[in-house]
Design a protein around this ligand. Structure first.
Ligand SMILES: Nc1ncnc2c1ncn2[C@@H]1O[C@H](COP(=O)(O)OP(=O)(O)OP(=O)(O)O)[C@@H](O)[C@H]1O
Length: 331
């Protein structure tokens, strides 16, 4: 059994998700202690419990200590099984983060895994569903990963109620050397149960800033009446993205301009991936035992994910400076 100190590095939810994911892939049981000790409310929250339970469901794992507030769990997996699973997170807990915990192992199933997930699609401190689809999954497809996402309803904080259908097909991760991709900036600006001009103003202010920086951009707007109320914008270009959720009291123009500034910051150097994608690629590069990318800076999520991945897999990551960027290679 592998022991993981959950307080290592970033000490948040990601150590837990990556540990459970790689335990499910390798079949090695894992005991995780001091879970989320660097967060104001340590231990498992509802969305972490749901992620572990879903991982357990798809690989027939027995678990111990999986309840809200728990700081210690044991996860003992068996074989990953294909099939159709319905998962209700019950809150606006992030569907993208639940998938982060499931996706590595799901690729090792003998048949497709179909998931119908109810929860949050556009919430804070997590990738938006549009980021997952247009940045993360696009990058992973270059490594042979196969997952289709269909967002049927968006879910915003606090009610959630978003519905996403994900189909993951069997595949083996392959090494890929990511290089800078240029092109037009694309985006999706959306709102639910709010006047249509909210989505439009978010998009217009982003377009204005992006245009002044000399890029062409195409941002679609979406206005709907879903069970929850909210707004947000995701912009992307190549393997880089920026997501900003709307917030009561935050003008729609600010939401759009923040997303534009964030993406332009990522595009201002020749790196191949953005700071968030960098941490998300690590477990797949570990499984592929190879590949590389450049990024403008290394986050503590990335160094923490490297550490966790090295605990489970026979792989080493090398970090080196490359001009004004950092390069990460899996060996
Ligand atoms: N705006 C964003 N765009 C893309 N990805 C994001 C964004 N914000 C956060 N992420 C990703 O979401 C993940 C969050 O990991 P983290 O450990 O903070 O998880 P968490 O479970 O939300 O943390 P905790 O619950 O401990 O507060 C990381 O993979 C990070 O790259």
């Amino acid at each position: 059994m592998i022991h993981i100190d959950g307080s290592y590095g970033e000490g948040g939810g990601q150590i837990l998700r990556t540990s459970v994911a790689l335990s499910a892939v390798t079949g090695e049981a894992v005991h995780i202690t001091d879970i989320r000790s660097n967060r104001p409310k340590p231990g498992l929250s509802a969305q972490h419990v749901k992620a572990i339970e879903t991982a357990a469901l798809i690989c027939g794992a027995t678990v111990e200590g999986v309840s809200i507030g728990s700081t210690n769990i044991t996860f003992s997996p068996q074989e990953v099984r294909g099939g159709y699973y319905t998962i209700d997170i019950g809150t606006a807990g992030s569907i993208a983060l639940l998938l982060q915990c499931i996706m590595p192992a799901a690729a090792y199933s003998d048949t497709d895994i179909e998931l119908n997930i109810i929860g949050g699609t556009d919430v804070s401190w997590a990738p938006s569903i549009d980021y997952l689809e247009n940045v993360t999954l696009k990058a992973l497809s270059k490594m042979g990963y196969r997952c289709e996402i269909d967002t049927r309803k968006r879910g915003y904080y606090p009610r959630g109620g978003g519905v996403v259908h994900a189909t993951i097909s069997p595949s083996e991760p392959e090494p890929h050397d990511f290089t800078e991709e240029t092109g037009d900036i694309l985006g999706i600006s959306h709102c639910s149960n709010l006047p249509e001009h909210v989505a439009k103003r978010q998009a217009d202010s982003a377009k204005d800033i992006i245009g002044k920086a000399g890029y062409d951009c195409h941002i679609i707007t979406e206005c709907a009446e879903y069970p929850s109320t909210g707004s947000g914008i995701t912009l992307y270009c190549g393997m880089k993205g920026a997501y900003v959720p709307g917030k009561r009291g935050l003008p729609a123009e600010k939401v759009g301009s923040r997303a534009a500034a964030e993406l332009l910051d990522e595009l201002s150097n020749r790196s191949s991936v953005d700071v968030h994608l960098a941490d998300q690629l690590i477990p797949y590069m570990g499984l592929a035992k190879g590949g590389s990318f450049t990024v403008r800076e290394i986050s503590s999520h990335t160094t923490t994910n490297i550490w966790v991945t090295e605990q489970f897999l026979d792989v080493k990551f090398k970090i080196q400076k490359k001009g004004n960027m950092m390069e990460i290679l899996a060996i």
